[in-house]
Design a protein around this ligand. Structure first.
Ligand code: GLU
Length: 479
């Protein structure tokens, strides 16, 4: 039985930073909803009140907006299944728990944490799989009444039918079966009366009529328990996709120590939202055309094809390449808007410059950028003369080069920096100086590095006087 129409959700817990696994889950859900003409829902799973901080919920909302992943139902937007904060849905969970209680599908467990731990140790020693031994499932009415009277704290456990097998469909793993004989009666509440992740998350998905649940592979066993709950309510089971965990370059689970673990890392390092979404959509797959906007991804992604169980490796070099492509496409005005504060922080003089002047400058280095943070390094040449040393020039015939540069000083006909460069190219030809050497040295003298904008662009930006002065530095290196 499948659920129609398509309704998917991103359900983060506001307990910390948004890491790339979260971003990918949000993105996949968003793209799927848009492609299928469905609804994308944001639900904040803030039941773990001790660890949740409301500003972190706001941060999730802001991060999604920054990424361009707009949701249709959720905080600040509402929708027919509101509220979208789990902390405001307690009555709904209570009602569903009551239903299970009325059907005798749950029982109170009064075992203390210490008792449970002892049982666990004993089972491990006996080489049995550690799992709750159902002591409290067998309590009589009177025993329960007595314990309640004594105010002994308890939790509710779901009574599994261990003779049954659980079945669900997963886009990556295909038909999945779990033998409930291997599962314990899992808790639905905590001792403080709050609801567990498994239960609250299930009630929400069921009541919000979620048709597809796409989330990290680490939830696979939770899914088995939750499908047992769907069955208990006789409710249609969504289709699942357990997204592979993203691994670092060494193939280990991505951790805080890896660069680019969190969205903030990437944001602060000058990555564009378009590039992050693009990269995380194509990661692990193979695509003829790799640079795609959200609209193109919505049009072209084949979810059955990209869903695989193979490990996904996070490759920051590839991400940089994707970012490079997105920066190249940027409108220079937007590029300046995004980097003006970086530029001003690095070069105080730039505060006095007009937008148009700075745009003129960054336009030339735009094709060289891999991240927005590369901007200061690449325009530094404009504000500071490069530091040249002998080592940088040792492989060139400086005598010949300085000869043609000296000629410029005497040449009255040169009116602008373009003519200057053309004159140099012509004289180099006469002197049989290889073009590549000429360009290399000029770029070093004007820019400080052998890669970068073309020498004509550099000269253009610096103007005739400054270009000449930088070129004349070569005198210091000829005897
Ligand atoms: N709050 C859970 C998490 O962040 C949600 C998992 C899910 O999507 O069901 O891992």
């Amino acid at each position: 039985m499948s659920i129609n129409p398509v309704r998917v959700r991103f359900a983060p817990s506001p307990t910390g930073i948004m890491h790339l696994g979260n971003v990918r889950a949000a993105l996949i859900n968003y793209l799927f909803a848009r492609q299928k003409g469905g609804t994308f829902i944001l639900r904040i799973e803030d039941t773990d009140t001790a660890r949740n901080i409301s500003h972190l919920s706001q941060k999730i909302i802001d991060d999604l907006a920054w990424l361009g992943l707009n949701y249709d139902e959720g905080p600040e937007k509402n929708g027919i299944y509101a509220p979208y904060y789990q902390s405001e849905r307690t009555e709904i969970y209570k009602k569903h728990l009551k239903q299970l209680e009325d059907n005798h599908q749950v029982y109170r467990c009064f075992c203390t944490v210490e008792e449970l731990e002892k049982k666990r140790q004993r089972q491990i020693a006996l080489k049995q799989p550690p799992r709750y031994d159902r002591t409290c499932a067998n309590l009589t009415h009177d025993q329960i009444a007595q314990k309640l009277n004594d105010k002994i704290p308890f939790i509710w456990r779901f009574k599994l039918d261990q003779t049954q097998k659980i079945h669900f469909y997963d886009l990556a793993h295909k038909e999945m079966y779990f033998d409930l004989a291997n599962f314990a009666d899992f808790p639905l509440t905590r001792q403080d009366g709050s609801f567990t992740f498994i239960f609250a998350n299930f009630v929400d998905d069921m009541t919000m009529k979620i048709s597809h649940v796409f989330r990290g592979e680490d939830h696979l066993t939770n899914t088995a328990c939750q499908v047992a709950l769907y069955n208990a309510f006789n409710a249609p089971v969504p289709v699942f996709w357990h997204l592979p965990i993203i691994g670092n370059a060494q193939g280990k689970k991505l951790s805080k120590r890896d660069f680019g673990f969190s969205l903030d890392d990437l944001k602060n390092a000058g990555f564009l939202p378009q590039a992050i979404c693009n990269y995380l959509s194509i990661i692990g797959g193979s695509f003829e055309k790799e640079i795609m906007s959200l609209e193109e991804l919505i049009r072209t992604l084949n979810f059955e094809a990209i869903a695989s169980t193979s490990k996904i490796r996070y490759d920051t070099e590839k991400l940089k390449w994707v970012n490079h492509n997105w920066i190249k496409k940027m409108d220079p005005e937007d590029l300046l808007r995004s980097t003006r504060s970086l530029i001003e922080k690095e070069f105080a003089q730039s505060k006095l410059m007009k937008d148009s002047q700075l745009i003129e400058l960054i336009k030339y280095i735009q094709p060289e950028l891999f991240t927005l943070n590369d901007v200061p390094q690449l325009i530094k040449f404009y504000f500071f003369r490069p530091e040249i040393n002998k080592e940088m020039l040792h492989e060139f015939n400086l005598e010949k080069l300085s000869l043609i540069i000296e000629e410029i000083e005497k040449n009255q006909k040169i009116k602008n920096s373009q003519e200057l460069i053309e004159t140099l190219i012509a004289s180099a030809k006469l002197q049989q100086i290889p073009n590549k050497d000429l360009y290399h040295v000029i770029r070093l003298l004007l820019f400080g590095s052998s890669n970068g904008p073309s020498i004509k662009d550099l000269a253009n930006l610096l103007g005739l006087k400054e270009t000449k002065e930088r070129l004349f530095v070569i005198r210091n290196y000829t005897s």
